[in-house]
Design a protein around this ligand. Structure first.
Ligand SMILES: NC(=O)c1ccc[n+]([C@@H]2O[C@H](COP(=O)([O-])OP(=O)(O)OC[C@H]3O[C@@H](n4cnc5c(N)ncnc54)[C@H](O)[C@@H]3O)[C@@H](O)[C@H]2O)c1
Length: 253
């Protein structure tokens, strides 16, 4: 088992990629905090994990709230004694709106969840990792964090920021035993479309061209395998970078 006795926190773990990551980590021997806004969903994932002989606990978290983030990390430490792996995966989409149509409230919400939530969880985990001289952070960015037209301006900007945060963190703590990497998934079959609000017809039309060259839609488990590689010692020399997993989509650009 690749993660025997490691303690992992996975956000957005009630659904999609986070769920697949939590299940994969548990199968590989990790004790997993299944953190999500959707507590019922998180509890269902925990049941699946424990029914299969794994160890996990559900925690309700709104990653836009510092007190929830603190409680999430504290729960890992109180329950399982430490923290080894932090996966910042929770995220929401915008409505494909170009900059001319951005609403401040929507921009702020998306940044609070997709970007500031990542920063806050990393900030909370770093002292634990520094004390141990070891730690591993994996952020779910997006190919939209590397390219200009995979969603609207807000989503793209929020994910570009996650990649900047990832690179800076990877570099800053590189000699402290801490690694920080991002995954840039392409199109993956999850429930993310439920978070799309007020679809912008113009923005959607403009991104259609780009979506037209998606070779295929991936499965959450395919992303979980990348997250497993990044969490395990097999990736010991991989730090401060982004692994794109998009079935070849962005190779077209
Ligand atoms: N699906 C894709 O095609 C795709 C592509 C690239 C990147 N991503 C990114 O992957 C990550 C996972 O998304 P997914 O596709 O699995 O979607 P999903 O909607 O299936 O899962 C996201 C989970 O995050 C949770 N969540 C939403 N807001 C939250 C908050 N404020 N606090 C805590 N939890 C919250 C949701 O309840 C949900 O369980 C996101 O960061 C998303 O931006 C998705």
């Amino acid at each position: 088992m690749k993660l025997q006795d490691k303690v992992a926190v996975v956000t957005g773990a009630a659904s999609g990629m986070g769920k697949a990551i939590a299940e994969t980590y548990a199968r590989e021997g990790a004790k997993v905090i299944v953190a999500d806004l959707n507590l019922e969903g998180a509890e269902a994932v925990v049941k699946e994990i424990t029914d299969n002989g794994g160890i996990a606990k559900a925690v309700q978290v709104n990653v836009a709230k510092q007190e929830d983030i603190d409680n999430m990390i504290d729960t890992a430490v109180n329950e399982y004694g430490t923290l080894d792996i932090l996966v910042n995966n929770a995220g929401i989409m915008d409505g494909f709106e170009p900059v001319g149509d951005i609403l401040d409230e929507r921009w702020d919400l998306i940044f609070d969840i997709n970007t500031k939530g990542v920063m806050r969880a990393m900030r909370k985990a770093i002292p634990i990792f520094l004390e141990k001289g070891k730690g591993n952070i994996i952020n779910t960015a997006s190919t939209g964090g590397l390219n200009g037209a995979h969603a609207g301006a807000t989503y793209g900007a929020s994910k570009h920021a996650v990649i900047g945060l990832t690179k800076n963190t990877g570099y800053m703590y590189a000699q402290k035993g801490i690694r920080c990497n991002a995954i840039a998934p392409g199109a993956v079959a999850t429930n993310i479309s439920a978070s799309m609000k007020n679809i912008n017809a113009f923005g959607m039309e403009r991104t259609k061209v780009v979506q037209g060259v998606i070779p295929r839609v991936g499965q959450p488990e395919e992303i979980a395998q990348v997250a497993l590689f990044l969490a395990s010692d097999e990736s010991s020399f991989v730090n401060g970078t982004v692994i794109t997993a998009d079935g070849g989509w962005t190779a077209a650009f």
